[in-house]
Design a protein around this ligand. Structure first.
Ligand code: FE
Length: 287
C-alpha cells in the first residue's frame, strides 16, 4: 500500500522588498531557513497593484551557479540578458533560466504594463546546480502557458512545469529531477496524488487555506511545508478554494557559499564570480 507523506515541518514566510523595491512573501532564504535543498530561494511576488508608471522590476544584475525560474501569474514582464536573449512573460508563462557560468540580466515590467498599471503576481524560484554544472553555459527554457502540462483531477486543476506528477510530465528539462507544479483546488477538494518517492517534497500555499499530508495539517497562504518520505501526497481545500505550489527535488547535499546573486560551493568561488563580473566576463545587456 502506498504511503502518504507526512508533514515534517512548517515555516511561516517573511515579507520583504526585492529588486527595485517590489513586495515579496519569502519562505526562504531567511535567518530561520537558508535553503530547501536543492531550492535556494522562493519569492512570491505580490500580488501588487501598480498605478500607471509605477511598476518596479529588477534592473540589470548578474547571476552565477544556479537556475532562476520565473512563473508569472498576473501582469506582464520583459527579460533581457547579456547573451542577446530577450523574452516576454505573460500570465501563466514560465522562464527557466540556467545562469550557469554567469550572465547579466534585467527583469522589468513590460513597457505597456508599466504605462497602464495593473496587478503583478508571480514566483521567482532559485534551483541550485550541482558543483559539476555550476560553470555550464547559460541556457534558457521559455515555456508559454499553453505548452505547460495541464491536467484535471476531481475539483483540482494541475499545471505541471517540471518533473512527474500523477503519471504526467512537465516540459522543462532539468539537470537532476525537479518537480514544480501549480495546483488549484476548488472548495471541497480532497485528493491524493502519486509522485516519485525519490524526491524531497515541499509545498507553498499561494492563496487560501488547506490541510495537507498524512496528518491533514492545516496551513494557510504564505506557509511552507516540508514532507517526509512516501509515494503520494494528500491535499484538501478548507473553507474555500486553495492554490499551492508543489516543489520537489533530490537534495544536492553540497556546501553552499552564497552572496547576493552568486551561489557557489566555496567562498573563493564567490569572490571569483565578483571578479569575473567586474571584469565584464558575464557581459553587459545590449552589447
Ligand atoms: Fe535575476
Amino acid at each position: 500500500m502506498a504511503r502518504t507523506r507526512p508533514v515534517l515541518s512548517h515555516v511561516v514566510s517573511t515579507h520583504t522588498l526585492e529588486g527595485g523595491g517590489f513586495p515579496v512573501t519569502r519562505p526562504f532564504p531567511t535567518q530561520v531557513l537558508m535553503q530547501a535543498d536543492p531550492f535556494l530561494l522562493l519569492d512570491h511576488l505580490g500580488p501588487v497593484r501598480w498605478a500607471p508608471g509605477e511598476a518596479i522590476g529588477a534592473p540589470e544584475h548578474p547571476h552565477r551557479g544556479f537556475e532562476a525560474v520565473t512563473y508569472l501569474l498576473q501582469g506582464r514582464m520583459c527579460h533581457e540578458d547579456s547573451f542577446g536573449h530577450k523574452g516576454e512573460l505573460n500570465p501563466g508563462d514560465v522562464q527557466w533560466m540556467t545562469a550557469g557560468s554567469g550572465l547579466v540580466h534585467s527583469e522589468l515590467p513590460h513597457p505597456e504594463f508599466l504605462a497602464q498599471g495593473g496587478v503583478m503576481e508571480g514566483f521567482q524560484i532559485w534551483v541550485n546546480l550541482p558543483a559539476s554544472h555550476k560553470m555550464a553555459p547559460p541556457k534558457y527554457q521559455e515555456v508559454p502557458n499553453q505548452k505547460l502540462a495541464k491536467f484535471e483531477k476531481p475539483s483540482c486543476k494541475v499545471t505541471l512545469i517540471a518533473g512527474e506528477l500523477d503519471g504526467h510530465k512537465g516540459p522543462v528539462e532539468t539537470v537532476r529531477p525537479v518537480l514544480c507544479a501549480h495546483l488549484e483546488l476548488e472548495a471541497g477538494a480532497d485528493l491524493e496524488l502519486p509522485l516519485p518517492p525519490v524526491l524531497t517534497l515541499y509545498l507553498y500555499v499561494i492563496h487560501g487555506q488547506g490541510r495537507f499530508g498524512e496528518q491533514t495539517a492545516p496551513a494557510q497562504a504564505g506557509d511552507f511545508l516540508f514532507f517526509g518520505a512516501g509515494e503520494t501526497v494528500h491535499l484538501e481545500a478548507q473553507d474555500g478554494p486553495v492554490s499551492v505550489l508543489l516543489l520537489g527535488g533530490e537534495p544536492l547535499q553540497e556546501p553552499v557559499a552564497r552572496y547576493g546573486p552568486f551561489v557557489m560551493n566555496t567562498k573563493a568561488e564567490v569572490l571569483q564570480a565578483f571578479a569575473d563580473f567586474e571584469a565584464g566576463k558575464m557581459g553587459r545587456i545590449g552589447t
